[in-house]
Design a protein around this ligand. Sequence first.
Ligand code: NAI
Length: 335
Amino acid sequence: MKMAVFSSRKWVVDSFNELNIKYKYEITYFEARLYNKTIPLTKGFDVVCVFVNDTIDEEIIKGLKENGVRQVALRCAGFNNVDIEAAQQHDMNVVRVPAYSPYAIAEHTLGLILSLNRKFHKAYTRVRDGNFALDGLLGFDLHGKTVGIIGTGKIGEIFINLVKGFGCNVIAYDKFPNEKLQKDGLKYVELQDIYKQSDVISLHCPLTYETFHMINEYAIAAMKTGVMIINTSRGPLIDTEAVIAGLKKGKVGYLGLDVYEEEEELFFEDHSESVIQDDKFVRLQTFPNVLITAHQAFFTKEATMNIAETTFENVKSFFNDGKSPNIVLPKEPSK
Ligand code: NAI
């Protein structure tokens, strides 16, 4: 089994190599992303393994097919970067890792909230500089605040339990509310009520045509002044220009991002020696109340090993009997 792994980084190579002692696949790691210019690299491979910022559109799928590739193995949960209809049309098997550690993402979300609120990132550098003043570090009690959660799937559910532990009042919106959570007392409300009532809004729904730019100027206008918005789901859920306008007006009081709508050109690379050309991203970085991490919410030891294991199992089952438990089909809502 010949596997080409795109967007490879040290953690991918380490976790895959550790597990490959058991599976014995013939793996070639490419640091490059999979996009139209890197299709020639896939010649002679059975599987291409890709991540969140690789592009798998119709042109790529056709190219993969011509090169003899039979399976696209996503090593992530989201598949908004794959043209699933085209994959089915061209008989390309696409599999994903639906859950590797929802705890990792839920815990990172909480970390963003606490850091934005209590300003750990600023306090750390201040104390190291011998500056022990507290001015500018004032936070608020999370206890008693209303946290609005959009998307109550695997990650949303864990996050709900974390914030409940802080004594927050939790309200939620989901296109498909979870009956079990409802029975356990979770209060589902309309999206507009999430915007109106929440002190903190956290996004845990997939990126679809419906949710693209759901946090836009109208949504922000409906929110409380000083609201905290957290996005650890997918960048395009937020219209960056609208959120910048909201931050400038003081309507948005805090913004925590682990994902960004134009992240493909930035994240997972070291750009510290170059001039960043994305003006919207640079503008975001100028606000004192914005905290950005570079798509690292998933990044725990447990999650990386689970990603490797599910990916290898997905490949094994497809080439054993043509079936994969984690196949992505067009009817499934894009995540
Ligand atoms: P999930 O599929 O378990 O839950 C998603 C929830 O969103 C479901 O309850 C679904 O009914 C709901 N939903 C679907 N359409 C909706 C809509 N239009 N409005 C409101 N809710 C809607 O997914 P999971 O595992 O909880 O992941 C959530 C998202 O987190 C993923 O879609 C992915 O984009 C993101 N993610 C981010 C990672 C990171 O490292 N930052 C890592 C893994 C996932």
